[in-house]
Write a protein that binds this ligand. Structure first.
Ligand SMILES: [Fe+2]
Length: 603
């Protein structure tokens, strides 16, 4: 990077908060989302204000929802998980995790602590004697007998990764539940063997594994600022026994403490994470929460990052107000810490975007809309510049990979797990002919990269691709929308339920549907007036349901006949104990028709 690149930009980027401030004019509206460039605006001023900072940890893994979520892949095929309560030996203080399952392998994770007695034994800087290693074993049985796979890694591997250790357990059977654990072997004269907690995971089904009437369920989460609330959402997902995997769509950690309004528990390290040690410290503190550990112990994760694993509004060229060499070094440290703590298969040198095949029922494309080709945030000229065909959210290589992969997919469902909202989100709609008059609420989303979105949607249309579901996080609120080239242009989109589809075909020009998961803890809106909801619905006829105030998670159940998205929402994440999430809405879509039917529950 040149020194010139390191200069402060002359004008501040048009941020999500600034954009949403337009909507706030004349309304008691608090901004939402992960863009916090304009400090002090908005905020959640309701329940929880006045709660002491540094309040206790989460309420444990038992606060679950779960019932009524439909038949999962385990239904009738495997015994329920029988994990003993968390024990957390001092050698393995953050438990275990698994992730990136394929049909024949899964990544296993743990963190191995160096203990005071290690040095007392004169074992040197590595903390253990010569020959110290970490062994792992994986079995179909909760007591780990008759292991299907096992291995060992030198303790040095964990020390090089800040204590974290990942292995790829290969040669496994597809569509199978496995139990696993790690063991610390200190070497000759180093004392006894310590075993970690036992985790449970499962491999993905191969084509042919699933009967025609099978269904798979995925949990979907995002945005979990540690100091903004308690991880009851994670606890609820951990209590479910019907999930094939949990997709984490980013903001797994937050690099800075100011995103909580109010803060219900403190970061041990105030300020902003900026280097490897401080990013590692952030991850470590997030994992002191028992409900996050329970989630990781109970389900395989499939994760991608958003900006706050790096810095606010991060992109390859800048983030958190930094550019140039300083930003490059910081981003590299953040990327390294992410891969140390998340059970991902790619290395920091490899792209994060990747594909998963779920038994011929679904192909899942996990995108990196953040750190693989994204152009910097727009400035005051965003209204015009967002249509610039040169602007990119995805690198050319990732865009090509996605388009080719979508075309090659033969599954009835093609899922895109990604960070920022793809649907147009407008304050005022406009046909393409006068498109600059359409006011986009948030150019940090795909709205700020309209040409690349049009290429993607045009490809879906031209190739006749069906069953495309976009799963999104980032915006701390819940949305169900039909995705088209322009929802304000009657020639391109006819809202469902109006009987005016005509030449646009059975989907009325909709090319995909989008289901947006709310935040785990990060601030949503303090309140929503009917006037605001009415404004949003009028300008966005493709939005079929939204909730702007509650945290929670999304569960997506796929069968050959239907996809169902369920929003399970919390009343509050601000208290250490809370009732489990309740079902708030159910969206349904058939694989051949990108139309949403949404039923609101309990209102
Ligand atoms: Fe977020």
């Amino acid at each position: 990077m040149s020194a010139q690149r390191a200069k402060t930009p002359p004008t501040p980027p048009l941020t999500r908060r600034a954009a949403l401030a337009r909507l706030a004019a004349g309304a008691a509206w608090a901004a939402v989302g992960c863009d916090e460039s304009a400090r002090g605006a908005g905020g959640e001023a309701s329940a929880g204000a006045g709660m002491g900072a540094g309040a206790g940890m989460g309420a444990g893994a038992g606060a679950g929802a779960g019932a009524g979520a439909g038949a999962g892949s385990d239904a009738g095929a495997a015994p329920p998980a029988a994990l003993p309560p968390e024990a957390l030996p001092a050698r393995f203080p953050f438990g275990v995790a698994s992730g990136d399952p394929l049909a024949d392998r899964v990544v296993l994770w743990t963190h191995v602590a160096a203990l005071p007695e290690d040095d007392a034994q004169g074992a040197g800087s590595a903390g253990e004697g010569e020959g110290a290693e970490v062994r792992w074993l994986l079995s179909r049985h909760p007591d780990l007998r008759d292991p299907d796979a096992s291995g060992a890694a030198p303790l040095r591997a964990a020390r090089d990764a800040g204590g974290c250790l990942k292995v790829d357990a290969e040669g496994l059977s597809s569509n199978t539940r496995y139990y696993y654990a790690f063991e610390h072997h200190p070497g000759p004269g180093g004392g006894g063997v310590t075993r970690s907690d036992v985790g449970v995971t499962r491999t993905l089904p191969r084509e042919g594994d699933l009967p025609d009437d099978a269904a798979l369920t995925l949990g979907v989460v995002s945005c979990a600022a540690f100091n903004a609330g308690y991880y009851h959402v994670y606890g609820a997902l951990a209590a479910r026994d019907d999930l094939s995997a949990v997709l984490h769509l980013g903001d797994y950690i937050y690099e800075e403490s100011r995103y909580a309004r109010p803060a219900v528990r403190d970061y041990e390290q105030p300020g902003e994470a900026r280097d490897l040690a401080s990013y590692r410290a952030r991850y470590a503190q997030h994992h002191t929460d028992s409900q996050l550990r329970a989630l990781r112990r109970r389900h395989p994760l499939i994760a991608v990052w958003d900006d706050h694993e790096f810095a606010n509004n991060a992109c390859p060229a800048s983030g958190g107000g930094e550019e140039g060499a300083a930003w490059a070094a910081r981003a590299a440290d953040a990327k390294r810490a992410y891969h140390e703590w998340l059970p991902t298969r790619p290395t920091p040198a490899e792209p994060l975007y990747r594909r998963f095949e779920l038994g011929g029922l679904c192909d899942l494309f996990m995108l990196d809309t953040r750190m693989d080709g994204r152009d910097p945030p727009l400035g005051p000229d965003a209204a015009v510049a967002r249509f610039d065909p040169a602007r990119r959210l995805l690198s050319p290589a990732q865009e090509r990979w996605l388009l080719d992969g979508l075309s090659a997919s033969r599954a009835p469902w093609r899922l895109l797990g990604q960070q920022v909202m793809m649907s147009q989100l407008q304050l005022r709609g406009a046909p393409e002919a006068s498109r600059e008059s359409a006011v986009a609420l948030n150019p940090d989303q795909w709205d700020g990269f309209a040409a690349q979105r049009a290429r993607l949607l045009g490809h879906i249309r031209d190739e006749g691709l069906t069953g495309v579901i976009v799963l999104t996080g980032d915006i701390h609120t819940s949305w169900a929308a039909e995705v088209s080239l322009n929802p304000s242009d009657p020639a391109l989109y006819a809202p469902s339920g109006e009987g005016a589809e005509g030449a646009l075909g059975p989907s009325g020009g909709a090319l995909a549907v989008e289901l947006v998961t709310p935040s785990v803890t990060s601030p949503a809106l303090a309140g929503t007036t009917e006037a605001i909801l009415s404004l949003l619905r009028t300008a966005n006829p493709h939005v079929k349901w939204l909730d702007l105030t509650r945290r929670g998670y999304l569960a997506v159940t796929l069968s050959r006949e239907e996809a169902r998205g369920e929003w399970w929402l919390l009343e509050s994440a601000l208290e250490p104990s809370a009732p489990p999430p309740t079902l708030a809405a159910v969206a349904r879509v058939s694989p051949r028709r990108a139309r949403l039917t949404v039923e609101e529950v309990g209102s």
